[in-house]
Write a protein that binds this ligand. Structure first.
Ligand code: CU
Length: 166
C-alpha cells in the first residue's frame, strides 16, 4: 500500500511540476502579443488634456506620445485671473531651440501674444485666461524629447515640460 501511495504522490508532483512552466511560457507570449496590439491602437491618435492655473503651473510636466500619432491637445486654464495678468499658452519647441533665448524674445512679443518671430515652434495654442480653453491638433514629430513652455512673461521657469515621442 505504501508503494502505491508514493507512486500516486510522485505522479501528482510530476504533473503539477510540468504545467506551471508551460503556463508561464504561454503567459509571457500572450503578454508580448498584447503589448504589440497596444502600440498599434495607440499609433493613430491620442487626446491630451493639459490644465494650467492661477498658481502659474501646468498639471503635467511630462507628456508621452508615439511618432506619427495625431494628437489633439486641449489646454485649460482652471483659474480665475485674466489673460493680461495670468495668461497661459502651450508652446512646443523644436529640438535644438535655445530655450532661454527663445523665452526672452517671447517676453517682448506682446503684440503677438508672446510668440516671437522665427521658426523654433512646432505648434502653439492661443494665449488664454481663467476659465478659457484652447484645442490644437498636430502630428507627433520624430522620436525624441521636445520642450514645451508657457511664454507669458516670467512663466517658463515654472511652466515647462517635456513631450516624449516614442
Ligand atoms: Cu503661463
Amino acid at each position: 500500500m505504501k508503494k502505491i501511495k508514493i507512486l500516486i504522490l510522485l505522479t501528482i508532483l510530476i504533473s503539477c511540476g510540468g504545467n506551471p512552466d508551460n503556463n508561464k511560457n504561454k503567459f509571457e507570449y500572450k503578454k508580448i502579443e498584447k503589448k504589440d496590439d497596444f502600440l498599434d491602437k495607440k499609433s493613430k491618435e491620442t487626446v491630451i488634456i493639459l490644465n494650467s492655473n492661477d498658481l502659474m503651473k501646468f498639471d503635467k510636466n511630462e507628456l508621452r506620445v508615439f511618432e506619427g500619432q495625431k494628437i489633439t491637445l486641449t489646454l485649460n486654464h482652471t483659474g480665475k485671473m485674466s489673460k493680461e495678468i495670468m495668461g497661459h499658452n502651450f508652446v512646443l519647441l523644436k529640438k535644438d531651440t535655445d530655450l532661454n533665448d527663445f523665452a526672452q524674445r517671447a517676453m517682448l512679443a506682446r503684440e503677438n501674444e508672446y510668440i516671437p518671430n522665427g521658426d523654433e515652434t512646432i505648434i502653439y495654442t492661443n494665449l488664454i485666461g481663467g476659465g478659457e480653453s484652447d484645442t490644437i491638433t498636430f502630428t507627433a514629430p520624430e522620436k525624441g524629447s521636445y520642450t514645451y513652455i508657457c511664454t507669458f512673461p516670467g512663466h517658463y521657469g515654472l511652466m515647462k515640460g517635456i513631450l516624449i515621442v516614442n
